[in-house]
Ligand binder design. Structure first.
Ligand SMILES: CC(C)(COP(=O)(O)OP(=O)(O)OC[C@H]1O[C@@H](n2cnc3c(N)ncnc32)[C@H](O)[C@@H]1OP(=O)(O)O)[C@@H](O)C(=O)NCCC(=O)NCCS
Length: 161
C-alpha cells in the first residue's frame, strides 16, 4: 500500500531500483538506462510506504498547455494490485488539472503483440479511465514493437467555468 503520494525532486536511483525489480516489463538494459536518464530531468511523482521507501514512480512529459504524457509508470512487484498505481495517477492527474491540462496520454505495447504482462498493464489503464486512441503497427512509431496510444480526458477547463 502507498502511505503517501506526491511530486518529488528527481530520484533516478529509486527509479532504477524499481525498474530492476520489473524485468518482465523493463528487461532491455538500454531502454532501462534511458528511463533512468530521463528521471534526472522529467517531472516525477512518487508513492512512499509507511517507512518512507519509494514503492512507485511516474515520470511525465508535458507536450503543451492542454496535454501531458506518461513517460513511465512503475510500481514495485510485491506492491502490485494494492492501489498504488491508481493513487499515483490520481495525484498526477490532480496536479495536471491544476496546471490546466485536459488530456493525459500513454504509449504501451500494442494489442497486436500477445503479452500476459502488458495485457495486465492495459487492463490497469482501462480501469483508471484510459481508452484506445490509435494502434501503430511495428515499425510505424516504435522500430521493433506495435504501439498502442491511449488517452484519458482529464476534464474541460472551459466547461468548468
Ligand atoms: C501497471 C501498474 C503501474 C499498475 O499499478 P498497480 O498498483 O499494480 O495497480 P492498482 O492496484 O492501482 O490497480 C488499479 C486497477 O487496475 C486494474 N488492474 C491492475 N492490475 C491488474 C491486473 N493484473 N489484471 C487486471 N486488472 C488489473 C484493476 O481494475 C485495479 O483495480 P482493483 O484492484 O480494485 O480491481 C503496475 O502493475 C506496474 O508497475 N506494472 C509493471 C510496469 C508497467 O506495466 N508499467 C506501465 C508501462 S506503460
Amino acid at each position: 500500500m502507498a502511505d503517501e503520494v506526491r511530486r518529488t525532486d528527481a530520484i533516478p536511483d529509486e527509479v532504477e531500483r524499481i525498474l530492476r525489480d520489473l524485468p518482465d516489463w523493463f528487461g532491455i538494459e538500454s531502454s532501462l538506462l534511458a528511463y533512468v536518464e530521463a528521471a534526472r530531468h522529467l517531472p516525477t511523482h512518487a508513492a512512499f510506504d509507511a517507512a518512507g521507501r519509494v514503492v512507485g514512480v511516474c515520470l511525465l512529459k508535458r507536450h503543451g498547455p492542454a496535454t501531458a504524457e506518461i513517460e513511465l509508470l512503475a510500481v514495485l512487484r510485491d506492491h502490485h494490485r494494492r492501489g498504488v498505481g491508481r493513487r499515483l495517477l490520481a495525484a498526477v492527474e490532480d496536479d495536471l488539472r491544476a496546471g490546466g491540462a485536459r488530456f493525459l496520454t500513454v504509449k504501451t505495447l500494442g494489442r497486436a503483440e500477445p503479452s500476459e504482462e502488458y495485457d495486465r498493464t492495459r487492463r490497469f489503464y482501462e480501469a483508471v479511465g484510459f481508452v484506445d486512441l490509435e494502434e501503430f503497427v511495428e515499425g510505424e512509431l516504435w522500430p521493433h514493437h506495435a504501439c498502442l496510444l491511449m488517452v484519458k480526458h482529464l476534464g474541460d477547463a472551459a466547461a468548468a467555468r
